[in-house]
Design a protein around this ligand. Structure first.
Ligand code: SAM
Length: 244
């Protein structure tokens, strides 16, 4: 997958993209990230990318011509289909499902806003989708772009050691993950559930599924409405509810 990021602060990405899973995905050739400094697409000698808002008001607005030029030049270098995403607090709230879908995109361009955001015509004419990472306002689209790239990278085949680990993560199946423990089995009298030490894989699988249901019911009952539940899951949920 190729990801092009248009930003005023390319150096912000160096640390997060140079470590862990994203670093390994790039080394394996599964992910290619290109950072573009928006200022390099500016026309004037001051390399200005923003201007005062029409109608007055505080702050500066990112200019459409510079963004248009950047997107055009980047797209000219890309073969195949391209999806352009604007990071914005006004966008659709980012979910695991959106990460899964974006991982199927061949070429992704992420546009990071700054200041008061972008000229509204960028939304109307230049992008395919607007994504928010939550109902709060950040200073720029850089951190949201990193969040999106991280979540999408985990979904790319071959990136994680085992594909199954993704499937058991929270949200993948519409449920929260089951509780995880590691050695020691007894820490100051705080014991690991005995079933996990039993070696009975069938029982462990059943216990984990029940715990996923229980955790989701307790912490995020809203998720259960959309989750793909088997008749057995529904029966367990009824049991869990009566025990609570
Ligand atoms: N005035 C804009 C508004 O209220 O919609 C907010 C501008 S914000 C200070 C600057 C930039 O940060 C935005 O253009 C966007 O790229 C990014 N940004 C801020 N919060 C975000 C969020 N929750 N999700 C995604 N991007 C965000």
């Amino acid at each position: 997958m190729r990801v092009d990021i248009v930003t005023l602060f390319p150096s912000m990405f160096v640390g997060p993209f140079g470590e862990s899973i994203i670093k390994r995905a790039q080394e394996k050739g599964i992910l290619r990230i290109n950072l573009h400094n928006l200022r390099c697409f500016a026309f004037d000698r001051y390399h200005s990318v923003d201007d005062a808002p029409f109608g007055g008001g505080v702050g500066m607005v990112m200019k459409i011509e510079i963004i248009y030029r950047a997107l055009k030049q980047i797209k000219e270098k890309i073969k195949g289909t391209v999806k352009v995403v604007l990071l914005s607090p006004q966008g659709r709230k980012f979910t695991q499902d959106m990460a899964k879908k974006l991982a199927q995109v061949e070429n992704l361009i992420l546009l990071c806003g700054h200041y008061e955001g972008v000229d509204e015509r960028v939304r109307e004419y230049l992008i395919d989708e607007e994504i928010s990472i939550g109902d709060y306002v950040l200073s720029g689209g850089e951190l949201p772009a990193m969040v999106v790239v991280d979540a999408v990278t985990r979904m790319l085949p071959g990136v994680l050691g085992s594909e199954d680990s993704v499937k058991e993560d929270s949200f993948y199946q519409g449920l929260l993950d089951y509780p995880q423990y590691t050695r020691p089995a007894d820490f100051m009298g705080w014991k690991v559930p005995a079933v996990l030490l039993s070696g009975n894989h069938q029982e462990i699988k059943r216990w984990r599924r029940k715990k996923m249901l229980e955790k989701t019911l307790k912490k995020r009952p809203d998720l259960l409405k959309e989750a793909n539940l088997t008749p057995e899951d529904k029966e367990w949920l009824r049991e869990i509810k009566t025990q609570l």
